[in-house]
Design a binder for this molecule. Structure first.
Ligand code: SIN
Length: 309
């Protein structure tokens, strides 16, 4: 039987392959389209979008760490009206599905943004971002299973779009939050958003990133933690898990699939290697062909071979 590269994230959301680019690392797709192209991608997850435009936090907003990166962007975005009326019509002409990452200050804002995007051609799905550590109260919904559930249930009332929920790892048991959003109507979960971190300037005797002082840690430093979260979620919920956290190679992506992810997102690596997603898609497809897979699920049953040198 020929290999089927597609991934089904539920409610009709079919990705041509499992490898997508993560929210906040690919903008709304327009600049990367010029730089690296998008035709190879399984999905594009947009920058976090709020009801009204946001300028984001004061600079500096990014700092390098050992094997990682801290960001304190603060959800800079043009607001949902621009996304729905100017960006989505262009996405409707693209091959990869575009999933809009939705953020807000409270449940009412999530509902308003999702309601505006419902039924808009070019919007293939929504990724509810209840896990941004860089705005005041940004983690309130994502760290409380009851609040997370209330948010998803309210959004579910106003949209029939596929609904992913992006979870924060800054909790004791990510499985508990995942179960709450699954019961409330989520079609899939994305794990994980960034870990709460900090970089200190000894010159200023204060945080390097002024936003909230703390920031979100991503990159290879968090990969083992993210893999453990994905493996936990695979056991906790029946809906698909989209894995993210330090993926920078084919080997990394396959490890997430083997840990139980149905699809993956490449994030921080896009900044230093803009072409990395094309390499990873190609590498995963080559792996599938060489291993004689029929579907991605079979990665779970087969050992992942080391990436060729
Ligand atoms: C940001 O804009 O601050 C990052 C978004 C996020 O961490 O979800």
């Amino acid at each position: 039987m020929a290999f089927d590269a597609t991934v089904d994230l539920g409610r009709g959301l079919l990705l041509p392959n499992p490898v997508g680019v993560a929210s906040g690392t690919f903008g709304y797709g327009f600049e990367p389209l010029e730089l690296v192209g998008i035709d190879h991608l399984g999905a594009i997850y947009s920058k976090g979008t709020t009801l009204n435009p946001r300028a984001g936090n004061s600079p500096p907003r990014i700092a390098e760490t050992t094997a990682g990166m801290l960001n304190s962007i603060g959800l800079q975005n043009p607001g949902v009206e621009v996304v729905a009326s100017e960006y989505a019509p262009i996405w409707a002409t693209w091959d990869p599905p575009v999933i809009v990452n939705v953020a807000g200050a409270d449940i009412a804002e999530y509902v308003a943004v999702c309601e505006r995007l419902d039924g808009v051609p070019g919007v293939a799905g929504l990724e509810l971002n209840i896990s941004c550590p860089n705005i005041a109260h940004g983690l309130d919904l994502g760290t409380d299973p009851g609040a997370a559930s209330a948010c998803v249930a309210a959004v579910r009332q106003v949209t029939s779009l596929p609904l992913l929920v992006k979870l924060t790892p800054n909790v004791t048991d990510i499985g508990e939050v995942a179960r709450a959003v699954e019961t409330a109507g989520a079609d899939a979960v994305t794990a994980v958003n960034t870990y709460l971190g900090m970089k200190v300037s000894l010159r200023r005797l204060g945080p390097v990133l002024p936003g909230l002082g703390t920031a979100g840690l991503s990159g290879p430093a968090i990969k083992p933690l993210a893999l453990a979260a994905v493996a936990r979620l695979r056991r906790a919920v029946a809906i698909p898990v989209v894995g993210i956290g330090g993926i920078a190679s084919t080997q990394d992506a396959l490890e997430f699939l083997a840990a139980g992810a149905a699809a993956v997102q490449i994030g921080t690596a896009n900044f230093h290697s803009p072409h990395i997603s094309r390499q990873v898609v190609r590498g995963c497809l080559e792996y599938a062909a060489q291993s004689g897979l029929e579907t991605w699920d079979q990665v779970l049953q087969r050992p992942v071979r080391p990436e060729p040198a």
